[in-house]
Design a protein around this ligand. Structure first.
Ligand code: 6XA
Ligand code: ZN
Length: 343
């Protein structure tokens, strides 16, 4: 299978993040993508191609223009405010405050367009995020043109990014942008299967009232794990989207026995939706040695994930999301892809 990746996605270089009450070394590092790229080359998975530039139009199909304008202008505003280094929001329009105003101050704007303080923005972060979205779009175009499978080596990741808010290391929702692009290219129904350890709150929010894009997510119980405020089992979609959203929150410590059973249920939901294209939000953080996660999947289990997904018999776009056990990331990620190809 072909993969898509650009070195320019490495331009986002977060140094620290707010975690466990301290400023800690960032974990969403450029080296993550390099380990995956190197493993693709090592096993000879297939060609790695550069992303094309798709411009703003496909981003606007998912994100609001004011959010994109804010992000486009953010770095200049940060410098004009006499700031250097990484930006962190810290004040949000939560219930009880006004959500209908857009402040002029940089910290007010940072709060307006984010939902957490865990996502540092550096001078090149937005550039890298746009190229990461182009990577997803280029791989989606391969599927639209008839490829049975493609891998978008996206980094920074995307599944927490909402229509108008960044967070959870995510700025643009790569999987959602790709799914919408596939719809616009003629796919009638698209399923997004999110296997990242964390709930894909952004993807869920983007498609929650849509009946044409199904969202299925396997993740740690949000009562115990980030993002805490979305991802519960009773969230089934609204309006035309009712019945097109399903969550499988699982207890901390879940291993393949429980996780694989949930994957089976999710695959059955996908099969009964009548989907014609599958997008997999491929997080590698359910791994037993992931430093920020608490599931217990082993490297061989990732091969099983790929094989189970293949049984759906659908054109499949894999889009990379999280995963921070850097030394094992290449093996686990490529195990999913070879598990798919070998099944
Ligand atoms: C809070 C944890 C962010 C989770 C990022 C992730 N700092 N999402 O892996 O899938
Ligand atoms: Zn994650």
């Amino acid at each position: 299978m072909k993969s898509v990746f650009s070195q320019r996605q490495l331009l986002h270089t977060p140094s620290k993040e707010l975690s466990d009450g301290e400023m800690r070394p960032a974990v969403e590092l450029p080296a993550r993508a390099e380990y995956v790229r190197d493993r693709i080359l090592e096993v000879g998975l297939g060609e790695i191609v550069e992303p094309s530039t798709f411009g703003r139009a496909p981003l606007e199909r998912v994100h609001t223009t004011d959010y994109l304008d804010f992000m486009d202008g953010f770095h200049a505003m940060h410098e004009a405010a006499g700031r250097s280094g990484e930006a962190f929001p810290f004040c949000w329009p939560t219930k009880g405050l006004r959500c209908d105003v857009t402040p002029r101050h940089i910290d007010g704007l940072l709060g307006r367009y984010s939902f957490d303080a865990g996502t540092p923005i550096g001078p090149m972060s937005w550039e890298a995020a746009k190229i990461s979205a182009d990577t997803a779009l280029t791989a989606a175009r391969m599927i639209a043109e008839g490829a049975p499978v493609a891998f978008a080596l996206c980094r920074p990741p995307g599944h927490h990014a909402m229509t108008d808010r960044f967070g959870g290391y995510c700025f643009l929702n790569n999987a959602a942008i790709a799914a919408q692009y596939l719809r616009d290219q003629g796919a009638e129904r698209v399923t997004i299967l999110d296997v990242d350890y964390h709930h894909g709150n952004g993807t869920q929010q983007i498609f929650y009232e849509r009946g044409d894009v199904q969202f299925l997510s396997l993740h740690a119980d949000p009562a115990e794990e980030y993002p805490y405020f979305l991802g519960y089992a009773d969230e089934i979609g609204e309006g035309e989207g009712e019945g097109a959203n399903y969550n499988w929150p699982m207890p901390l410590g879940t291993d393949w026995a429980g996780w694989g059973a949930s994957l089976d249920e999710a695959c059955k939901r996908a099969a009964s939706f009548g989907t014609d294209t599958l997008v997999v939000s491929l997080g590698l953080d359910p791994f037993e040695r992931d430093p920020i996660s608490k599931f217990k999947l082993k490297s061989d289990d990732f091969t099983r994930i790929g094989a189970r997904i293949r049984k759906l018999g659908l054109p499949t776009l894999f889009v990379m999301e999280g995963g921070y056990a850097i030394d094992a990331l290449g093996v686990n990620c490529v195990n999913v892809l070879t598990g798919f190809e070998g099944a």
